[in-house]
Write a protein that binds this ligand. Sequence first.
Ligand code: TXA
Ligand code: MG
Length: 332
Amino acid sequence: METITLRTDTADCFAEAVVQASSSLRHGAVVALPTETVYGLAANALDAACVAKIFEAKDRPSENPIIVHVADESMARDCVAEWPAAAAALAKAFWPGPLTLVLPKAEGIPDNVTAGGDTVGVRWPRHPLMQEVIRACRFPLAAPSANVSNQVSPTTADHVAAQLAGRIPLIIDGGAAEVGIESTVVEVAGDTVRVLRPGMISGEAIAAVCPVGAGENETGILKSPGQLPRHYAPNARLLVLTWTDAEDLEKRIAYSRTPHDRVCVIAHNRIVAGTRFGRVSILPNDPESYARALYAELHECDAEGAELIVVEAVPEAVEWQGIADRLARASE
Ligand code: TXA
Ligand code: MG
């Protein structure tokens, strides 16, 4: 299958991309689209046969539910059977944005979207291209991240092409993702709210809007279906470590017997000299900029044939919770 990539960097090609993407989606195809978190692989959420094509292109296990993307609150309410006050409050505070609300599903949502479950995840993304495409389609879009299952999510159109070229007909290039890691997923059951997947909207920010119920552990974070312990992982082995200087770091990875030129280091605070390792990248030391840059860095390490990626451990502060979660899953 030939894969076409369309740009959106002028008003004309943006408009043309909206027309092409929405017409492909209306004809039942899958299309890779930019969102502010990561790129998504979209299909008509109301048509099981279209959604099935997502699973096929991604090699996605069928027990993993898919998030449904909408372009306003009323479209979200059409996808769910209940809209409790907590959902309304969270939508008002964080939509459009990187927050997914899991609620009892409406009848019209096919089983393969929810992995056979009674709930559906809905999100109103804030990327303008994604919003325009949903409005043009006038149906919601089911979209998981646009990567082969269990690989690192794409934050650029090039990342999508590297994994899915030949497997999907159309990629829309909407620039580098602004948030950089996947949305915070929150379950709303009546007035009980729980974080299922941390993200850049922190548990604290959620709790400031409505009370968060206790989860399986003290952080209030529950296990989400389809969330394998190893997920969001690069091909190379990934270790999260702390170190004092380059010598200390060398000692800590010596046991792995990885040749130094196959080791990639991702630091943000204790910077080590680039000469000793295959690649040393320095990410910004604030969580928003770090999240924006992280996945591109992991894709780059894989592209360079890294055997071992050593990531400097991030702070334990709440603002870093989503990033720490992804690093932990990538290092399983
Ligand atoms: O930012 C994002 O959320 C991106 C963009 C494209 O919107 N999407 C994304 O989708 O990360 P995906 O498929 O890679 O991850 C969706 C995860 C599932 O693995 C599951 O953990 C959770 O969201 N999820 C979705 N629907 C759910 C449901 N009904 N109940 C519980 N968890 C659900
Ligand atoms: Mg994913």
